[in-house]
Write a new protein. Structure first.
Length: 360
């Protein structure tokens, strides 16, 4: 029976009954004390720090700690194993368990799928249908990868033992043979449908409800819709990543929606009722007379719905007074006449600028 010379409990200065929190706390304190960066003048600091890391790596992992305790002969009042087999030594016990694990559970893969939606769809919520490809259990061989009556040969890697020895940091363990998956034998014939993989690639139609107010980049989890597990392994999950396409008119500002609305000089100067687009269709609003570029009007509760809430953001209209370009000579003449008809008192910003200029 193997023994381990190093006492990891003494290295971390904890008892054999220490909890995980106590082990973590002890490691943090000692690692901080003996970290090489803080003890550059001490030749032993690096050696001590490595021992601390080695001890922590084993004791913080429940399975590694259990094995270590068994080898050292420590008893932390652990309950007997489920199989209630007599313990003749760690290696004999472990080999017995390996041989019994003929088919280990294999977990299905998690899958990721990106969906693009419009800003209006994000505002109202939408149901999207799409198709994914995922691995499912082969119906011909039921995940075994071979016919029931397939020819069998002894595994050339483990020679029928189902396990191989692996050297670890502080002991040697037996691990399940990767070639035969612990069976000790290999099936010569492969399943024709899955070519021995035990799973086949299948197209599956998926339908998902995207809630109103969803944020760009949100990942939605569909439990169990990923790759299928085998031999009791859990099915993988499907993660839907929602991408909201840029809208040509509207810009999202968290829960608010911004519309930058161009106005002609006359529309801005005279004002009036105009019709503008919104997320809910066309709405009418009043443009105040004398509107300047950069002026904003906020329409309450007409923005994006707040996710999982009945509240909404605001709809913000920002005005841009547009100056005409590429004028004809006649148009220039008309604008000049109009300019001469309007006194500077009708231009608040120009009036203030002229006043300050005189003060200089």
């Amino acid at each position: 029976m193997l023994t381990v010379e190093k006492d990891y409990y003494k290295i971390l200065k904890v008892s054999i009954t220490a909890t995980q929190d106590e082990i973590k706390k002890a490691f943090r304190q000692l690692a901080k004390k003996y970290h090489p960066d803080r003890n550059q003048g001490s030749p032993n600091a690096e050696t001590i720090f490595k021992k601390l890391q080695e001890a922590y790596e084993v004791l913080v992992d429940p399975e590694k700690r259990r094995r270590y305790d068994q080898i050292k002969g420590y008893n932390r009042n652990q309950r007997e194993t489920e199989h209630k087999e007599e313990f003749y030594g760690f290696w004999e016990f472990f080999q017995t368990q390996v041989k019994k694990r003929r088919k280990t559970p294999v977990y299905g893969e998690d899958l990721k799928y990106k969906i693009e939606i419009t800003l209006k769809e994000a505002a109202k919520g939408v149901r999207k249908n799409f198709t994914i490809n995922r691995f499912e259990v082969c119906p011909s061989c039921n995940a075994y990868g071979h016919p029931p009556n397939a020819k069998v040969i002894t595994c050339p890697v483990c020679h029928g033992k189902g396990s191989v020895r692996k050297e670890k940091t502080f002991f040697t363990i037996n691990q399940i043979c990767e070639r035969c998956k612990g069976e000790g034998k290999i099936y010569v014939e492969k399943c024709e449908r899955c070519n021995g993989l035990g799973r086949i690639n299948v197209s599956r139609d998926i339908s998902v409800n995207i809630p109103a107010g969803i944020v760009d980049g949100t990942s939605m989890k569909l439990t169990g819709e990923g790759g299928k597990g085998t031999f009791g392994g859990k099915d993988g999950d499907l993660f839907i990543v929602v991408k909201i396409k840029e809208d040509p008119l509207f810009k999202r500002l968290k829960d608010d929606i911004l519309l930058r609305l161009p106005l002609s000089i006359s529309e801005a100067a005279i004002g009036g009722i105009i019709e503008i687009p919104s997320l809910e269709g066309k709405i009418k609003m009043e443009v105040p007379a004398g509107t300047q570029s950069g002026d904003r009007i906020i329409i309450k509760n007409k923005g994006m719905p707040k996710l999982e809430s009945k509240k909404r953001g605001n709809f913000i209209v920002e005005f841009i007074v547009e100056v005409p370009v590429e004028l004809t000579e006649k148009q220039k003449e008309l604008l000049t006449k109009l300019e001469n008809e309007i006194p500077i008192t009708h231009y608040p910003a120009r009036k203030e600028f002229k006043k300050r200029k005189k003060q200089d």
